[in-house]
Design a protein around this ligand. Structure first.
Ligand SMILES: C[S@@+](CC[C@H](N)C(=O)[O-])C[C@H]1O[C@@H](n2cnc3c(N)ncnc32)[C@H](O)[C@@H]1O
Length: 237
């Protein structure tokens, strides 16, 4: 089953469903924003309202900006950054901020899980937006627990995790991407609806949580159907 379904020709190579097994779609923002593709991303607009949380802070974004498991997306992000830096109309402070952005191809779920013991607090903010479903499907409950434990260890005192998780009912559609993913899907016990309680439990240790979005904001947004997901903030004390 793995890699058997051809999707489309890209750079002369046939792409298979399995090539997008991490949610590493090339046209993700067309899908996500639909007709509103020219409008700003609601999540960025919301985070701008809390700009004091980000200004002069160490921020890690798991999945696309920052680190991503897909090297092609990292190349695209680097090119985009170079284009922006070459825009002479940008104010100097924005260019200075862009100079601090680094992209790296990396799998956040380490093969050697014991290395988590070496993690030190280093970030003020970690963004984990629309990534949990892919980590859950590819690495099961063990993987999702590792994700949350590593995030907690990497956050400094008073650091925050901004989490946009996907609901479980959206997992099924992607569960047949490979036999391994199907097995992981079937064995899932820790459902996304339980993430909040899990993150606040002693097993992880976040002190409190709050939500940046409410259902009214989401309803009135330009987001395509299926992307009306809350942005939750978890604080480490
Ligand atoms: C659906 S996209 C979301 C992109 C972006 N975070 C956003 O919300 O606009 C999921 C991204 O997570 C990345 N990803 C999936 N598993 C990952 C992992 N284990 N480590 C790092 N990145 C991962 C994929 O390559 C993909 O770019």
């Amino acid at each position: 089953m793995e890699g058997s379904t051809s999707m489309k020709q890209q750079n002369g190579k046939v792409k298979t469903k399995n090539d997008f097994r991490y949610g590493n779609y090339r046209n993700y923002y067309f899908k996500r924003l639909g007709a509103g593709i020219d409008q700003p991303d609601l999540r960025i607009e919301l985070m701008k309202q809390y700009s004091e949380c980000f200004k002069d802070k160490q921020v890690l974004d798991i999945g696309f900006l920052g680190i991503d498991i897909d090297g092609n997306l990292i190349d695209a992000a680097r090119k985009n950054l170079q284009r922006q830096k070459a825009d002479f109309s940008l104010p100097e402070n924005e260019i200075l901020s862009l100079n601090k952005v680094i992209f790296r191809k990396a799998n956040y779920i380490l093969t050697d899980r014991s290395l988590i013991e070496l993690e030190k607090p280093q970030y003020d903010v970690i963004l984990c937006l629309s990534v949990t479903k892919w980590i859950h499907l590819n690495y099961g409950d063990d993987g999702i627990k590792f994700l949350f434990k590593r995030i907690f260890k990497q956050l400094k005192h008073n650091g925050v995790l901004v989490l946009e998780s996907q609901p479980f009912n959206g997992y099924k559609k992607r569960s047949k991407l490979s036999l391994e993913i199907l097995q992981n899907y079937k064995s899932i016990e820790l459902k996304p609806e339980q993430f909040e309680a899990y993150l606040l439990s002693d097993e992880i240790g976040f002190a409190d949580s709050w939500c940046m979005t409410d259902s009214e904001i989401l309803k009135s947004s330009n987001l395509a159907k299926g992307f009306h997901r809350p942005l939750q903030v978890f604080v480490k004390r």
